[in-house]
Design a protein around this ligand. Structure first.
Ligand code: KG4
Ligand code: ZN
Length: 384
């Protein structure tokens, strides 16, 4: 089953074509440059950029898959989907389909998938509208995907040759750590997920972004802090607080940590910190406080659930220090931990949406009324 997947949940316009766990083609048009002057994502700018780029990104993704001869078993077969991916061509494609010249089963794309939440409302809308348009024109089913389910399955994504091959085993315990979310999720089986713990306020990535902004370092802050933190002698010079760490649950909090940094920098906590001189130490100590809180809560979740197969997903999962700490915990616990195998799979991407859609297709979870599909900006995992 070949799926064309779309994600426009935040600041990446992303389209992929997937088959099972394999990515046949993927395109990510990043908008970071348009947002970083503002120190964060500006929803109206994101929407405009998605509108401008979505057709081009769909066409480019289809073109790449076609070039790699990845779309058809028989290349000579006529296909309305890959020959005519653009809006201008859809009516004729539809007519040819209606005339019976092309049969739906001849199409190289068997389903369209789209993120319908969580994410920025007006950004989600662009992807959803395009997905509705393509599913209707190509007469294929539509699969509405929870963006976090994409991050959940991102460590299992394979390249077009099927590498790396990782056995999907349930249950697995997943740390989802991004700019919008920090969650510990127990995946019991396909479609059955339980949130074991999550942040009560800011996400871990958001905290890193806000700290970097406070330090005048730009956006997104996570990678900037990581670079600075690479170059320190004392990894945790300032020993910033670990909020909620004493509480006997798996909940996390990061907004107090950010406030602590704010007052620290203002010198209100008896600090005589020279920011420029000590920037690297501050970056490292802040990153350490965030990751240490996450790791300790994750360990609690492991002890609570007894699950020893772990995955990590989301933009922050690219961070080498976080990976080191998770691997060290896995060694201590006699567990196995896997991360998204390619860097582009850590941040937002449509490939993971295609793979999550494939899982959904296996449980026959398709959109019944395409016209009625709505974005759900605060979509959560259904508690099961
Ligand atoms: O998954 P993602 O691309 O978007 C959301 O769904 O939120 O995650 C973006 C987040 C940002 O907060 C960014 O600072 C963080 O991922 N991030 C990193 C690194 N690269 C991106 N955090 C720490 N270290 C990195 N190298
Ligand atoms: Zn994301």
């Amino acid at each position: 089953m070949k799926i064309l997947a779309i994600d426009t949940s935040a600041d990446e316009t992303s389209v992929a074509i997937t088959e099972g766990f394999r990515v046949l083609s993927s395109t990510i048009a990043s908008q970071i440059k348009s947002h970083n002057v503002w120190g964060g994502i500006v929803p109206s700018i994101a929407k405009l950029a998605h509108v401008e780029r979505i057709d081009g990104v769909v066409a480019e993704t289809v073109r790449k898959a076609k070039k790699g001869r990845l779309l058809h078993a028989s290349p000579s077969k006529q296909c309305f989907a890959c020959d005519k991916p653009r809006r201008s061509s859809q009516s004729s494609a539809k007519n040819r389909l209606l005339e019976g010249v092309i049969k739906p089963q001849d199409a190289c794309i068997n389903a369209i998938a789209v993120t319908y939440g969580p994410g920025l409302s007006i950004a989600l809308e662009v992807g959803i509208n395009k997905a509705k348009e393509l599913a209707t024109a190509w007469k294929v089913p539509l699969i509405a995907v929870n963006h976090m389910e994409g991050h959940l399955y991102s460590p299992f994504v394979q390249n077009s040759k099927g590498n790396p091959h990782r056995e999907l085993q349930y249950p697995f315990l997943s740390l989802l750590i991004s700019g919008g979310h920090t969650q510990i999720v127990l995946a019991k089986e396909n479609g059955k997920y339980e949130i074991i713990g999550e942040t009560v306020d800011d996400a871990a990535g958001e905290a890193l972004d806000k700290a970097a902004k406070m330090l005048g370092l730009g956006y997104p802050g996570g990678p900037i802090l990581e670079r600075l933190a690479n170059d320190v002698e004392n990894i945790d010079k300032y020993k910033f607080p670990r909020p909620m760490i004493g509480e006997k649950n798996c909940m996390m909090s990061f907004s107090g940590l950010k406030t602590h940094l704010y007052y620290y920098l203002k010198g209100e906590k008896g600090s005589t910190v020279d920011m420029q001189k000590d920037l690297k130490n501050i970056a490292s100590a802040f990153q350490e406080a965030v990751f240490n809180s996450v790791i300790r809560k994750f360990e609690r979740a492991v002890n609570q659930t007894g699950v020893k197969y772990w995955t990590v997903g989301g933009g922050v999962s690219i961070n080498k220090r976080l990976r080191y700490l998770m691997r060290a915990l896995a060694q201590k616990q006699g567990a196995e931990v896997i991360f998204p195998p390619y860097p582009y799979l850590c941040g937002d991407n449509a490939a993971m949406i295609g793979i999550a859609a494939y899982m959904q297709a296996q449980r026959k979870d398709f959109v019944i009324d395409i016209v009625a599909l709505e974005r759900i900006p605060r979509l959560k995992f259904a508690s099961q």
